[in-house]
Each structure stands twice: as C-alpha cells, then as structure tokens.
Design a binder for this molecule. Structure first.
Ligand SMILES: [Cu+2]
Length: 143
C-alpha cells in the first residue's frame, strides 16, 4: 500500500514537473520572439516642450536597424529634430539619426546602434530640436 501511494506520488510529481516545464518553454518562446516586442515610449522635456521618443523594436539590439520616432507636441520649429547616439563617458564615434516629418506630425528615422567593444549595454539618445534645445534619454540594448 505504501509502495502504491509512493508510486502515485512520483507519477503526480512527474506530471506537475512536465506541465511546468512545458509552460515555461512556451512562455520563453513568446517573449523571445523579436517581433512580438512592443515599442517603448521614453518621455522627456526640453524646457517646457514635451519630447516623446519611441524605439522599435524594443528592446533594441546592437548592429540591427532600429526605428526612432520623436513626437514634439506643439513644436513650432521648422527644422526637423535629430537623434545622436552615444555612451556616457565613452567615445563611441558620431552616430546621428536624421529624422523626417511624417504626415501625422511625428519625426521618424532609422539608425544602427553599434556594439560596444567593452561589453556595455547602456546608451544615450540625445534628441535635439533645433532652436529649442536637447533632451537626453537613457536606455539599454538587449545585446
Ligand atoms: Cu561603449
């Protein structure tokens, strides 16, 4: 009788273990699929001017094309803003993403974040609105 209960317990434990294993595997598959990641919106300001920066895909990966979308609600300037990619305290070379204004009033451009030879993942995207100023956004690349 004890052996039967022991056997049932082991079978039950194996079943639970398999269920947990399968659900974790399928969950991993879902979050690792690069195109299922949603864009993240970073919020900042230049003086009283609100600045929204969206980076897609999110999180961005090094050495892949990344789309930058900047919204400047109420911005009266005529020149398009641009994005400079850099690292705090480290010279990573000039990497400017020029943006162009879409029909919806948002500014879009595509760039590539290089891989840091030191292995760092922290980056800064500086949005410059000509004549208004700059806003610095900090984010991390996924690899
Ligand atoms: Cu670096």
């Amino acid at each position: 009788m004890k052996r039967l209960i022991g056997g049932l317990f082991v079978a039950f434990a194996l079943l639970i273990g398999a269920t947990i294993y399968i659900s974790f595997r399928s969950w991993d598959g879902l979050v690792d699929r690069p195109f299922s990641e949603t864009a993240d919106i970073l919020r900042g300001a230049i003086g009283g001017q609100e600045v929204l920066l969206s980076i897609t895909p999110w999180p961005p990966r090094a050495m892949r094309e990344v789309d930058f979308t900047v919204s400047l609600p109420g911005y009266a300037g005529t020149a398009s803003p641009y994005v400079d990619l850099s690292m705090a305290g480290m010279e990573m070379g000039r990497n400017r993403v020029d943006l162009s204004r879409g029909t919806d009033g948002r500014y879009r451009g595509t760039g590539v974040i290089v891989r840091c030879p030191s292995g760092r993942h922290d980056w800064e995207a500086t949005v410059t609105a000509p004549g208004a100023g700059k806003a610095v956004f900090r984010f991390a690349v996924a690899d």
